[in-house]
Design a binder for this molecule. Sequence first.
Ligand code: ZN
Length: 495
Amino acid sequence: MKNSLILSFAFLFLALNLNAQQCGNVASQIDIDRLLANKKAVENGISVRNGATIYVAVTFHIVRESDGTGGITEDLVAQQLCSLNEDYAPLDIVFYLKDKTFNYINSTSLYTNPTNSSSGSKMALEKNNAGKNSVNVFICENADTGGLGTTLGYYDPNLDLIVMRKSEVGSTTGTLAHEAGHFFSLLHVFNGWDQQAWNEDDHGNPVSSQYSPGGVLNELANGSNCATSGDFLCDTPADYNLGFSWSGCSTYGGGCKDYNGEELNPQEDNYMSYFIGCSQYVFSEMQKDMVIADYNSPARTFLKVGYEPNIGTITETVLESPADDEVLSNYNIVELDWEKVDNAIGYVVSLRQFTTEIRFLVEFSNVTLTNLLADKVYNWRVMPISEIGGCQTFTDYQKFRTGLISTTEGIELESIELVSTLLTDNQLSFKSDVNENLNISLYDISGNTVLTTSQQFYQGQNQVELSAHLINGMYFVRVVDGDNKAKTFKVVVNN
Ligand SMILES: [Zn+2]
């Protein structure tokens, strides 16, 4: 018997690994008490949903291997933010990128194993440094918590942050909406069955106990005990984690019966269920009330920063230069240009050479590439992003061929000197002999463009504010004037 159980579990894992909507959350009494307090606030009229738009900052922590590789790309995070906003539009909540940026963390141990204690300390630190007054979402290679199936994401109530499996971040899954539901106090609709989904062999049919394996009173199919059982909300029907072993989003027909022998009719398309593959999920009215009540609770005061993001729509962009199929004369200074998009806060550039594609974020509608190979075909495309995601996609690819020669960069820019090679507080300090407008690019040690900006310089000392969160380490700063005279400096970031 024991052997066959193990086998059947192994089979379940195999069958569900690909897309099981499992989350690592198991509600503790503290979580339940929080939900019940929110419920009371709604019942007592302390928290009322009034349709006013609520703006909530999100810090997306893009976690990568220690060498900077492997992290999710910003276009997918922007698409995720777009879909999160669509999911929360019925609640009048708009999530936006805190400080219009992302936080990058290079740590293989956090990337691959977010649940261990040193990863927890690291996340707490990053949350405190970069993620104050926001919902913190850490995107790692995996999010395994040792629970049922593959963990796609979880909300950690102790650290008050969300961890997402990288493959779950994008436009097509409801995982982040589900985890954000936990962040705002929602329980699973099958609360108590989180670690063991109902099955006839183990739990009987009709179910043989009035209590779930987690010790929570089982909600009855007729809803008569709905306020004191399951997820404690009366407009979400009884569910004993029936989605876990049910294929897809079609109407549940597995025949699970409650203690009274009455068949369960769960709500498959509820965000807080484990039914997968629904084209659209919903929150019930009471779940919406709980989310807003949680936002209004004292514990969430830190989210009320009084900032209104730019919610203007963005359009797709148009690639301008190089023209499609253009053959360039040189390879070592190639400027890509595209149409500026109103309300965009940045652009993700995708550059492909043969089968290798890289994606990087730039602030303005052009970027100068100095690390291309000679005589190669490159494909490129661009996607604008906005403060609230933007819901755009990449342009079609265009291609160009690099030339054989290294352009004579010509004359070194003599008029400029770096005051200090140590960069603190994200500020570069230059001394200039003349008044001129200069383009400034920052490259990391591997030659990837970290940011580009331009600024009017004046004779004397000039400060350049870098609007990116920079990881400590060595970088190169390249300064170019209108005549293409250039000078490169080595700097060390130690913020
Ligand atoms: Zn969950």
